[in-house]
Design a protein around this ligand. Sequence first.
Ligand code: NAD
Length: 470
Amino acid sequence: MNDFSNNPYFELFTKQYQNQFNIGNSTYKKRIKKLNRLQYAIESNYRMEIQEALSKDLGKPVVETELTEVYAILGDIKHAKKHLKQWMKKHKVDTPLSMLGSSSHIKFQPKGVCLIISPWNFPFNLTFGPLVSAIAAGNTAIIKPSEMTPHSSSLMAKIISDVFTEDEVALLEGEVEVSTELLKLPFNHIFFTGSPQVGKIVMTAAAKNLASVTLELGGKSPTIVDTTANVDKAAKKIMWAKFLNCGQICVSPDYVLIDESIKTEFIQSCKKWLHIFYNDNPKTSDSYGRIVTNKHFERLNSYLENAKTLNAKFEVGGETDSTSKYIEPTIISDLKPEAQLLQEEIFGPILPIVTYESLDLAIVYVNSKPRPLALYIYSKSKANTKKIIDNTRAGGTCINNSVLHYANHNLPFGGVNNSGIGKSHGFDGFRAFSNERSVLKQHTFGVTELLFPPYSGFKEKLARLTIKWF
Ligand code: NAD
């Protein structure tokens, strides 16, 4: 057994460890009461402070905060409250005839003490969302939010200490070192949202204690627009999805793959919708956000410089301002394959346009990259849509829309391989934080007892019959 006593967070961990059965055996009514307290805090007590914190951290417009943070969390809470009684019920399953006299069910039990590590792009949504699932499933949780959004993290610390005792839910602010120390502790489950690079670090740390993991990661999510698509409607939805939160969304359309013949029409429509959304000068628009930190601004700026060096064509935008961490909505075409914009996850307001000669080649292009978190299809052709879905792999897909699959609680949300492991949201989130315990109960004499030793010719025949008929 490892000695964790020197770990700075061992005392907190131990408090939760000792409290886990108390929390874990709580009724659905008690769990709903906790969710109600969290709901009240977000909906009423702290709503204005949430708006202020996000404005300071990300320049987030109030409408975006309401829709993508407050509404999203309240939606998670309401959905969990509505279905929790059903989720917690034992799920009966069939028992084979060869086990006559017994019955079977699955009991969802909490994993125990959980660690939630969250990113900065939707600080409240991506911290409280997993927390709702953890509470619904009856766990205790230690949360480590991102150091990149300090106003949001410190407000979340205040909310958590207001709503919970630390032997149930605690939030630790701080730099990466805090996560590094926490990851050494023997958590029962780790729910991480962030980049694939850090996801590998988390999974390596989890392996030392054989903790289960949910990894909600990112990557380059393609958007395919084929010749049958309504180009103007596609442009409208893609412009909205790409520049929402300044492109800092895990399911943001990373690049557009479009049939060569409709590229010019598409770019014209994009220009029209950008003008409608953000006026002539997005810098003065109340509807457009900013880049989170100087480091991320520099990273995105270097992608733009790299594109210029490679003589790419700036179709729209390109203006930047380091003092306000502003990057204009930018669309770039004619990029060489080695351009950083086509190699790295962009996570910012820059959209590369890549043209294709045939849908088959578009599919080859998608499959030449790691499996994405989302893949969007704009097409009126059922055959083309089916072809793309059947011949690619992605965490999720929207057809003739972008991003919205994230918002349906009844769909599992998550990636595949490089874009993630495991699923979240709704019942899938509850499931991620639960151990599905198999229970088989023997009611009467079981026929399997007829096959116990000592073995005889008769038992050999019986074994053969069982294999043949049951
Ligand atoms: P990140 O991986 O840099 O950081 C995420 C969290 O991990 C932060 O809390 C950070 O403090 C912590 N962290 C960073 N380095 C660490 C280390 N070495 N050891 C332990 N912990 C460490 O990601 P980010 O920049 O905050 O977010 C952007 C990434 O997250 C993008 O790749 C994006 O696609 C992805 N993302 C995914 C989802 C999803 O639901 N799948 C949602 C949002 C963001």
